[in-house]
Design a protein around this ligand. Structure first.
Ligand SMILES: [Zn+2]
Length: 173
């Protein structure tokens, strides 16, 4: 298991549509392990494969926010939304690829998701509250969409300029 570097926006790999996973192989299992370790280390509540430069349809999440609570890691391969609620929820979202920037995003309050598990079986589950927001945010990553793409152009450009500056500073060391 190893920690993978997380790509910072803007990066062309964060704007690509990721490819479906054909089947669960030892490589996919190892990738999921690395993604969970990287997510918990960050720390974050979700991480999608494109964020570590792997253009495959897989994301991990654990939206249990209480640090005392038992971990509930989920690995979702080829996830799809089969139902979304009409009622909406607004969360102040953030992203490991856009550090220290937050903004309100409105999404369906509940979603039903289907995915392939590491066990090779199809799973289905309803998510609500932070889990629903996180699942939709991560699914967006597999389609090259960032949470700032749901915000106004002005706010998006402001955040993008900050990230360009941050990357320049980090490159200088
Ligand atoms: Zn994100």
């Amino acid at each position: 298991m190893s920690l993978r570097p997380i790509l910072i926006h803007p990066d062309p790999r964060l704007k690509k549509v990721a490819e479906p996973v054909a089947r669960v192989t030892p490589e996919i299992e190892a990738l999921a392990d690395d993604m969970l370790a990287t997510m918990y280390d960050a720390p974050g509540i979700g991480l999608a494969a494109p964020q570590i430069g792997v253009l495959k349809r897989i994301f991990v999440m654990d939206a249990t926010r209480d640090p005392e609570a038992e971990r509930q890691p989920l690995v979702l391969i080829n996830p799809e939304i089969s139902w979304s609620s009409e009622d909406l929820n607004t969360y102040d979202e953030g992203c490991l690829s856009i550090p220290d920037q937050y903004g309100d995003v409105t999404r369906p309050a509940q979603v039903r998701m289907q995915w392939l598990g590491l066990d090779g079986k199809t799973h289905e589950r309803d998510f609500d509250e932070l889990w629903a927001t996180c699942a939709q945010h991560e699914l967006d990553h597999l389609n090259g969409i960032l949470f700032i793409d749901h915000m106004s152009a002005i706010k998006r450009q402001m955040i993008t300029r900050k990230m360009v500056k941050l990357k320049r500073e980090r490159a200088r060391g």
